[in-house]
Write a protein that binds this ligand. Sequence first.
Ligand code: GDP
Ligand code: MG
Length: 195
Amino acid sequence: MTTNNDIKIVTLGNTSVGKSSFIIKYIENKFTYNYIATLGLDFKQKKIKLKDGKDVRLRIFDTAGQERFRSVSVSFIKKADGVILIYDITNRETFDSIGEWIKNIREIGKELLPVVLVGNKCDLPEEERKVTLIEGKEKAEQFKIPFFETSCKDGINIKEAFDKIVEEITTKSNWSPNGEIKTLKKGNNNGKKCC
Ligand code: GDP
Ligand code: MG
């Protein structure tokens, strides 16, 4: 019998926000300033235990945010069980694109597809910041999704963001281990905030 205990997570957002860095920090606990080119085809995996003791495998797919790769993003969103949507707190344009990303995710993704919003690079000096913490929180509240400010460099809130998306997927979406029938819970995150 084939079993399917895989949880498929995709990182999305504009170029250079830190999508590849986010995955590498989580899986390998490494960080580099050298630009990591992404073709939008790479994925990494990690075995984790759910709160109820079940073993699952996270398959985390990296994408490239460039316009010419949008079609790649579409196929990833279709297959995803959850999305980590990232902007760079020192780059206003990446934050201004969040609404459009969410629109695409809602149009293309599965019903009740969980999304966690991430404002990355919070290690950088305050004078480089272009998006306030409040603005990030308000954006997340607008779309009723959890929100974290993170740093791939210092390892801040990376595990927390992954734990949150896994929790959202296993408790609120229609994902279920081994294809078990699951009763759907309506509503995303019940309007709760996580930070
Ligand atoms: P991607 O295009 O979204 O995959 O972005 P990358 O992961 O390639 O990161 C783009 C650049 O930002 C690289 O030079 C990274 O080293 C840098 N970067 C990523 N995350 C952080 C972070 O949390 N803090 C700082 N200071 N730089 C970061
Ligand atoms: Mg990349």
